[in-house]
Design a binder for this molecule. Structure first.
Ligand code: PA5
Length: 421
């Protein structure tokens, strides 16, 4: 389902030298020695009753409303947003949601733009509304503030009792303000598993509920992830492209390539790279180490960042995510400018190849990860592939993949700044 190609400009990768370390990491991960490694076997152990419960809640939401507001930040929204953008039409909210009898989905709580919230509330007046609030800790500033706002809106519009029936909460089983509130008000709740951290949680109720509401097949998605768990279960580095990718990015980091630029030629993968940026950035960039993840959407950004890619400081490498089979292709037969490229997808592939060749001539290493298709199954597979590759890469770099001590400092400052006297 996934394929790895790479073009290095200097040496080749000494795979065998990495094998002892990879074997150690493999055992450590598979024994789930560190905290927050529950994602490793989650696709294999998620209970059918939970999946059914999520599907039932999704159906209920679809019947109750025409607009669902999903409140969450970081790992509590990026995965669902990435999946919906990858698998639903780019015109989903504008057109398809109504046509397919599914609610429009608005993501909120991941920023504090007053203009956005004013306009969102205005927009919601002409819709039947449900809210899904997601926060593992139940105390994060942005989603908490926005949830307060939405709860007041819902109560004013529907009354306290009916509002409670339209609010769904996904949070810790016991801890946090959101848990106490949900229990007190009787919201329908789902639990974020204790042993899975935010950025690794898209295959738990955190991602599954909003994704199921959008009409995406979560059962296939979990099957895709389970298939990936089996496919990348081999400690032998020569047989495991997930480990090879983890090693490649580490190897390039050791050579001073400290920026990884994720590039997508299919726009539907754009938000997937936002999810990747959080996964790698928060997991690996610590203790003064790590590769900085960036992203570009091609061919758009060749016309803005192409200059840097071709001629800029050589401290980066490119990781291109491509799709082999596209369901809907556009014929370019009557377009003289397209030359022998008979379709848009074909032309896109030619542009990718041409850019790669030009950048390689200038000494930039290039990794290409090809997914066979855009489907729920492929999304589950990709999520697992990158989660495991990220953990491997972090251990090779010598950092702990599952904490994020660096985000605490600014949070302390905010708390001090808003504390009432
Ligand atoms: O990966 C992480 O742990 C974070 O990015 C969290 O997902 C993010 O901070 C949101 O946290 P919470 O779900 O507790 O509101």
């Amino acid at each position: 389902m996934m394929k790895l190609d790479y073009w290095l400009t200097a040496d080749s990768v000494p795979w065998q030298q990495y094998q002892p370390e990879i074997s150690e990491i493999h055992n450590k991960l598979h024994r789930q020695e560190d905290a927050y490694t529950g994602w490793m076997d989650w696709p294999l152990r998620i209970e059918q009753s939970l999946v059914q419960d999520i599907l039932t809640a999704a159906e209920e939401i679809r019947n109750k409303c025409t607009a669902l507001v999903v409140i969450g930040i970081g790992g509590s929204y990026l995965g669902a947003k990435a999946c919906i953008e990858l698998l639903q039409s780019p015109f989903y909210n504008e057109y398809y949601a109504g046509k397919q009898k599914r609610p429009r989905i608005y993501f909120a709580g991941h920023h504090l733009s007053s203009i956005f919230y004013e306009e969102l509330l205005d927009r919601l007046d002409s819709e039947e509304v449900c809210v899904c609030v997601i926060s593992k800790s139940g105390t994060t500033l942005e989603p908490s503030i926005v949830f307060d706002l939405m709860r007041s809106y819902m109560r004013e519009r529907y009354g306290v009792k009916e509002a409670a029936k339209r609010i769904y909460a996904i949070t810790d089983a016991q801890k946090g303000t959101l848990r106490s509130e949900a229990d007190a008000q009787g919201y329908k709740t789902f639990v974020v598993p204790d042993d899975i951290g935010g950025r690794y949680s898209v295959l738990t109720p955190v991602g599954l509920l909003p994704i199921a509401v959008a009409g995406i097949d979560i059962v296939s998605m979990l099957e895709g992830a389970a298939q990936a768990a089996a496919a990348y279960d081999n400690a032998d580095i020569t047989q495991n492209i997930c480990y090879q990718y983890g090693v490649l990015r580490h190897h390039l980091q050791e050579q001073g390539r400290v920026i990884e630029i994720f590039e997508v030629y299919e726009g539907r993968l754009r938000y997937f790279t936002e999810w990747l940026k959080q996964l790698f950035g928060e997991s690996e960039c610590k203790d003064g180490k790590g590769v900085i993840p960036m992203s570009l959407q091609m061919s758009t950004d060749l016309h803005s960042m192409g200059q840097f890619l071709q001629d800029g400081r050589q401290i980066f490498f490119e990781t291109v995510l491509t799709v082999e089979h596209i369901r809907k292709d556009v014929s370019l037969e009557h377009c003289s400018m397209a030359g022998k490229a008979a379709s848009m997808h074909m032309l896109n592939q030619i542009v990718e190849e041409s850019a790669r060749k030009a950048h390689l001539e200038n000494g930039t290493p290039n990794i290409r990860l090809t997914v066979s298709e855009l489907s729920a199954r492929a999304f589950g597979h990709m999520v697992y592939f990158f989660e495991k590759a990220c953990a491997v890469s972090c251990y090779l770099t010598g950092v702990q993949p599952f904490d994020q001590p660096g985000v605490e400092a600014y949070k302390r400052n905010i708390k001090a700044a808003i504390k009432e006297d």
